[in-house]
Ligand binder design. Structure first.
Ligand code: NAD
Length: 504
């Protein structure tokens, strides 16, 4: 059996991956790996009604019991980690260890959500009236629509799903049209966890999590539907702008996780060995296709001439190739369109005064001619021009010089996006200034760590055009619930707040 088929077979996907109208190609070599059946915009009404019915039953299940279901889901993921990780690699092209890491992230958020299911804490609030008390209660919100991008084809669903499920919500997921197979695999594992939960004697409604396969038109129909009080959408800024407006138009809530343009400041006191390693992982890892990929390197003029040659020589040594093979550090771009965008950006960078120090060209790999492999590029820029301020979803690292830390922080902030940022420095003063209210304006700010590879325990997301949403850890769960302020009078009188009198 061919190796690709075997990956599908391990997840029992071979039948579902055939005969449909949406063709799926592996970015590894452009080979067709499946054809799945798409939903139509007209199907959304029925799917939404099913999600609403599931929500009405699920919200009645005690939260710790909902947590037990998420524990079983996490167990399914543990069992199938290797197979699902390989499918992530096959379908979106990230290297094997990152494919496995993505599944590990799903497992981690399930574990986090299990604990959370006993900690959906509200507040008690002192009332100004005698023999009254006030409290804040968190209730399940409703069916949640989840729209995801190709580059984290399974983890982003899990971030949303694990939290929403313990919060008492049902789910409808529209994955990227480029990665429907990994989504089908997740749905299968979800269904297995449902069966196991039922065998253990628990009630769980049908349609608690549903999958909608298709492109933008199906996504649009989903986000327009008023049954979903929350739409969690991950993807590009133009997508978020469109979705945000539609959801705001019907006064729903949206949780937007959009593009980034992440920077690292390298100060003269930085440990350059550490900085080089961090730059490599965050700028070229996942072939520059992470929302947190390092795109701008802001280097102090005193270390610029030392750092740049070291970086170029490290770039020369990176192993680019088949992401399924051990030792490969960079796999392919997702498709031809991504390759074209990279080339256009490099052309624009040159026109805006940039000097391509290394990389940028296509790499032909024997046997994988249908894939789009590139050498990651480093481009020295005279200033933060138009193209530097734009997110190109490819491994291009723009390098800029600075003289003074305040100027570096200004440059770091002077882009429309606000996802992730970091500084490499040995000085507490510089680190703290970077982290202060007048420092980085991003949702994520790190010291002596690169901008990508966040842990699930923290809230994940960014400001400005990145959309303002927060997912994953900390108190992100609150987005999936509705807050109710309750006042209870246990006196025999009816005093009004603020001393207002209203007696007949
Ligand atoms: P994309 O915007 O092309 O597509 C994302 C999803 O949105 C897909 O499922 C797509 O079908 C859907 N979609 C597109 N237009 C829509 C519309 N009008 N209504 C409803 N759905 C619509 O993004 P992509 O190319 O898959 O992913 C790359 C982008 O995602 C990058 O910009 C990256 O930075 C961003 N991203 C952000 C995060 C984050 O957490 N901030 C994480 C991953 C990716």
């Amino acid at each position: 059996m061919n190796a690709y088929l075997e990956i599908l077979e391990r997840l029992n996907l071979t039948a579902q991956a055939q005969g449909g109208d949406l063709e799926v190609f592996s970015p590894i070599d452009g080979q067709k790996i499946g054809a799945v059946t798409q939903d139509k915009p007209a199907d959304i009404g029925k799917i939404a009604a099913q999600a609403e019915a599931a929500f009405k039953a699920w919200r009645q299940v005690p939260a710790p019991v909902r947590g037990e279901f998420v524990r079983l889901l996490g167990e399914r993921l543990r069992v199938h980690k290797a197979a699902l990780g390989a499918l992530v690699t096959l379908e979106c092209g990230k290297i094997a260890s990152e494919g496995l890491g993505e599944v590990q992230e799903m497992i981690d958020i399930c574990d986090f959500a299990v604990g959370l299911s006993r900690q959906l804490y509200g507040l008690t609030i002192a009332s100004e009236r005698p023999e009254h008390h006030m409290r804040e209660m968190w209730h399940p919100l409703g069916p949640v629509a989840i729209v995801t991008a190709f580059n984290f084809p399974v983890a982003v669903w899990a971030w949303n799903a694990a939290l929403a499920l313990v919060c008492g919500d049902s789910l409808v997921w529209k994955p990227s049209e480029k990665t429907p197979l990994t989504a089908l695999a997740c749905q299968k594992l979800f269904d297995e966890a449902v069966e196991e939960f039922r065998r253990a004697g628990h009630d769980i409604p049908d349609h608690l999590s549903q999958l909608v396969i298709g492109g933008r038109d199906v996504g649009q129909a989903l986000v327009e539907n008023e049954i979903f009080p929350l739409v969690s959408a991950t993807g590009s800024v133009p997508m978020g702008r469109a979705v945000g407006q539609v959801v705001a138009g019907r006064l729903g809530r949206s949780l937007l996780e959009l593009g980034g343009n992440n920077a690292m400041i390298v100060a003269p006191s930085a440990d350059l060995d550490m900085a080089v390693r961090a730059i490599l992982f965050s700028a070229v890892g996942t072939c520059g296709q992470r929302c947190t990929s390092l795109r701008r390197l802001i280097v102090h003029e005193d270390v610029y001439d030392v750092l740049l040659p070291r970086l170029s020589s490290a770039y020369e040594q990176i192993r680019i190739g088949n992401p399924l093979e051990e030792g490969t550090l960079i796999g392919p771009l997702i498709d031809e369109g991504a390759y074209e965008e990279m080339q256009t950006a490099l052309k624009q960078a040159r026109a805006q005064g940039g000097d391509v120090v290394c990389g940028g060209a296509r790499l032909e790999i024997e046997g994988l001619e249908g894939g789009h492999y590139v050498r990651p590029a480093i481009v020295a820029m005279p200033a933060q021009s138009e193209i530097v301020r734009h997110e190109t979803f490819a491994p291009i690292l723009y390098v800029l010089k600075y003289k003074d830390i305040n100027e570096a922080i200004r440059m770091q902030n002077d882009v429309p996006q606000g996802l992730s940022s970091c500084v490499f420095t040995g000085l507490v003063k510089e680190a703290e200034r970077f982290l202060s209210a007048a420092g980085s304006d991003c949702g994520i700010a790190n010291v002596n760590i690169g901008p990508s590879g966040a842990e699930i325990g923290g809230a994940f997301g960014g400001e400005k055009e990145t959309g303002g949403g927060r997912e994953s850890g900390s108190d992100s769960w609150k987005a999936y619930m509705r807050r109710q302020t309750q006042t209870i009078n246990f006196s025999d009188a009816l005093p009004l707040a603020q001393g207002v009198k209203f007696d007949l």
